[in-house]
Design a protein around this ligand. Structure first.
Ligand SMILES: Cc1cc2nc3c(=O)[nH]c(=O)nc-3n(C[C@H](O)[C@H](O)[C@H](O)COP(=O)(O)OP(=O)(O)OC[C@H]3O[C@@H](n4cnc5c(N)ncnc54)[C@H](O)[C@@H]3O)c2cc1C
Length: 485
């Protein structure tokens, strides 16, 4: 069902004819995000250039009862920006102006289409930076980061997106402007800034973001620690933090991931290691030196087989380059891969990694692990060939069982990639009817007619009933190709 032609006319009047795409060829590049297994060519793509135009688009969609899906750069990994049938895809990429960098108040005010990396680049002349650093930071937008509450390698010490936001301006589908939070830091009233952060485009469209900037640390050191045993490496993660040290980043890769990263980025990773830790420390020189000595002691006690300290910033960047390009590097090992995202308590790392290895054997599909170990945020990458009969389904089934393992360990079905369409089923395992009803009730307050990104992020109870029944009867797990709201 295509949107009403009268709506198309109103959209053209609001943003200009060139900024409304309707032909299938022009709309095709927007058919999916980075979860490419789910695709749908949008019926209409709108590219507003100002916040006021965003509001006009929302008002027009509301008048015509037409669903709207916001999209930043489309790097999401859970299908959050997947177009919906008969809907408008609202692309925020042209809202890409840096509005203000204030070194005195240590903040930057930007439009939602500004990339994550650009914020640090514009802050750098003031010796400041924006701490959350998803590996996709060169491309992903700050609006998408807010909607997904994105993390990155430095979020262990410096916090997720939600901890680094001061304020956002939101256009609601009801046609109202909301300013949530305050550049001053604490804002009175209910903490709606935190509510909107991570809401996956379901409560409103973010048109302006004010972020906290931090001083570039005086000293940074990066240690690369290799282990000949995955369990010892995983145990070292908890032991470092138990020693009272919170590294800026503490990342782990298993053998398949580190070998793929080395072949891709030539970053100096030892090819014979069973697992690798990258541990970055930052802060004042005196503190970093003390922590460096303690971390090395802990790693030795944990049975590290080789330890290397990056000599300088160039070597540090080289060592990080492997980790930061690990997803595409692993992607070269098979025609297709799924990147899973689940979080577990750190103390269960070794046990859950062993469980993943068992599941990998059971399904006959390889899994590479590269993840934010310090946060307990796993990213198992499941390798498969969609061209082989049944392999996509096996990969989805394996992914679902990995998430069940995370829940059983006391963890969650997503760490930072959101629920989107990918994890609607596993959300039914994570939450009971009471919590899901509460999520729907919050959504209704902002969006009574369910026009904003409908069918994403929160499953209906009916869907969960199907999911439970299918699992009880041992059937195929219902990862959706399209939401069934
Ligand atoms: C190689 C690779 C590495 C990655 N590494 C990380 C990582 O380390 N950490 C991490 O957290 N993520 C990572 N991601 C996932 C992804 O980059 C993040 O989720 C990112 O925040 C998405 O931003 P985007 O601009 O691409 O958003 P999109 O994919 O376009 O959209 C994501 C969601 O946000 C909503 N949305 C977008 N803009 C707005 C807005 N202005 N207002 C309201 N809703 C909006 C969309 O509707 C959708 O639900 C990675 C992805 C890739 C491909």
């Amino acid at each position: 069902m295509r949107p009403d032609p009268a709506l198309i006319d109103e959209l053209r009047a609001a943003v200009g004819g060139d900024a409304v795409l309707v032909s299938p060829e022009a709309c095709a590049p927007y058919e999916c995000d980075a979860l490419t297994a789910h695709r749908r060519t949008p019926d209409v793509v709108v590219l507003p250039g100002t916040a006021e135009q965003v509001m006009e688009v929302l008002r027009a969609c509301r008048r015509h009862s037409t669903p709207v899906v916001a999209r930043g750069a489309g790097t999401g990994l859970s299908g959050g920006a997947l177009p919906v049938e008969g809907g408008v895809l609202l692309v925020l990429a042209r809202l890409n102006r840096v509005l203000e960098v204030d070194p005195l108040r240590r903040l930057a005010r930007v439009e939602p289409g500004v990339t994550n990396l650009e914020i640090s680049q514009v802050a750098a002349p003031h010796a400041l930076y924006y701490a959350p650093d998803p590996s996709s930071q060169v491309a992903c937008t700050i609006g998408g980061n807010v909607a997904e509450n994105s993390g990155g390698v430095h979020c262990l010490k410096h916090g997720l997106t939600v901890h680094n936001l001061l304020a956002v301006r939101v256009a609601t589908i009801e046609g109202e402007w909301l300013t949530l939070g305050s550049p001053a830091g604490e804002a009175p009233g209910l903490p709606l800034l935190a509510l909107v952060t991570g809401s996956e485009g379901m409560l409103g469209v973010v048109t302006e973001v004010t972020v906290r900037l931090k001083p570039i640390p005086e000293r940074v050191e990066l240690l690369m620690a290799a282990f000949d045993d995955v369990r010892r490496c995983a145990d070292a993660v908890g032991r470092v933090i138990a020693a009272g040290i919170v590294p800026a980043g503490l990342e782990m890769m298993d053998a398949p991931a580190l070998r793929a990263a080395e072949a891709f980025a030539h970053c100096g990773y030892p090819q014979d290691a069973a697992a690798l830790l990258l541990c970055e420390l930052d802060g004042l020189t005196h503190d970093v030196e003390r922590e460096l000595a303690s971390v090395q002691d802990v790693l030795r006690q944990c049975g590290v087989t080789s330890l290397r300290l990056a000599r300088d910033a160039t070597e540090r960047q080289r060592m990080w380059s492997g980790r930061k390009s690990a997803f595409p590097a692993v992607g070269r090992l098979a025609p297709d891969y799924f990147c899973m995202d689940g979080t577990i308590p750190r103390r269960s790392l070794a046990q859950v990694l062993e469980g993943i290895a068992e599941l990998s054997g059971k399904f006959g599909l390889s899994v590479a692990n590269v993840f934010h170990a310090g946060d307990g945020n796993l990213h198992p990458l499941i390798l498969f060939d969609a061209g082989r009969a049944g392999e996509s389904e096996s990969a989805e089934h394996l992914g679902a069982e990995i998430l069940e393992l995370c829940i059983a360990a006391g963890g969650t079905v997503t760490g930072e990639h959101g629920v989107g369409v990918e994890k609607l089923g596993p959300m039914c395992s994570q939450f009971g009817a009471g919590e899901l009803e509460a999520f729907h009730a919050v959504k209704r307050v902002f969006d009574p007619d369910s026009l904003l990104n409908p069918g994403k992020a929160v499953p209906t109870l009916a869907r969960c009933a199907d999911y439970g029944a299918m699992r009880v009867h041992g059937g195929k797990l219902p990862f959706p190709h399209l939401p069934r709201f």
